[in-house]
Design a protein around this ligand. Structure first.
Ligand SMILES: [Zn+2]
Length: 250
């Protein structure tokens, strides 16, 4: 049966099966891929905290440098904003688990290469090296049809690197901008993708603390860019549930 993601999963997430933390106990060494610094905490903060508590190795790859959130700030020009957002990521991950390693790929925010970009193959090769130097078993990726182009490009880059490096990884996608009714598109759930929810009620406080560590995205910390980005209370409410929704490739 064809499922339109916005009409089924997002409109009625309570109908999707929910599993306890023990359901991810066999995930093995896990990588969380975030297009921007904060996506890992918004989309997977609960899973990161639970994996850490289960004693499973979990690390984070932040793909872009996050410098487009406040492009006109004089107090935080791109290098300063990048440093700030990386510090925020470190602070967020320190909350979720003190042994969660992070790698910053520092691609240009807003310009993560997709399949049509000249530098796509170059970044894929870089990712292959990164992935092959680890013995990963599970990877969390942004949803392939997320409304944000950097999120879709990140999925294309990672899945191409995984396939061409012949890696066999459990692949799980998480939604970010589809939660915004103004942005979501009517994507069809691929037949080989199964939705499920993870009960994160025991670590919801930690997830909320991690998200709050991104002060540049959630407060007026950077107040000299009228066009500056801010996660709205409405948007943040979508990431305050005691569960996280995942789409797993089967
Ligand atoms: Zn993002």
């Amino acid at each position: 049966m064809t499922q339109i993601v916005s009409q089924t999963l997002l409109a009625h997430p309570e109908q999707i099966s929910i599993y306890p933390a023990s359901a991810i106990a066999d995930f093995g060494s896990t990588l969380i891929v975030a297009p921007h610094p904060d996506d890992e905490s918004l989309g997977c903060g609960g899973a990161i905290a639970l994996l850490h508590q289960l004693g499973i190795s979990v690390e984070v790859l932040v793909v872009s440098d996050g410098t487009q959130s406040h492009p006109n700030s004089l107090r935080y020009p791109a290098p300063a904003l990048r440093d700030l957002r990386e510090r925020e990521t470190l602070a967020a991950l320190a909350v979720l688990g003190n042994k969660v390693a992070v790698t910053f790929f520092r691609l240009k925010d807003g310009a993560v290469p997709n399949r049509n970009s000249n530098d796509f193959d170059f970044v894929v090769t870089r990712l292959q090296k990164y992935l092959s130097s680890r013995s990963l078993q599970t990877v969390f990726l942004p949803w392939r049809y997320d409304p944000h182009p950097d999120h879709r490009a990140t999925w294309e880059l990672l899945t191409t690197a995984i396939d061409t490096a012949n890696l066999s990884l459990r692949q799980i996608e998480y939604l970010i901008w589809d939660w915004d009714p103004l942005q979501r598109k009517d994507a069809t759930l691929p037949v080989n993708v199964k939705p499920w929810r993870l009960d994160i009620s025991t670590v919801l406080d930690l997830k909320q603390q991690a998200i709050a560590a991104y002060r540049s995205q959630t407060t007026d910390l950077i107040d000299d860019d009228p066009q500056g980005f801010r996660l709205t209370p409405e948007m943040l409410a979508h990431f305050a549930h005691p569960w996280e929704l995942y789409l797993e490739q089967t």
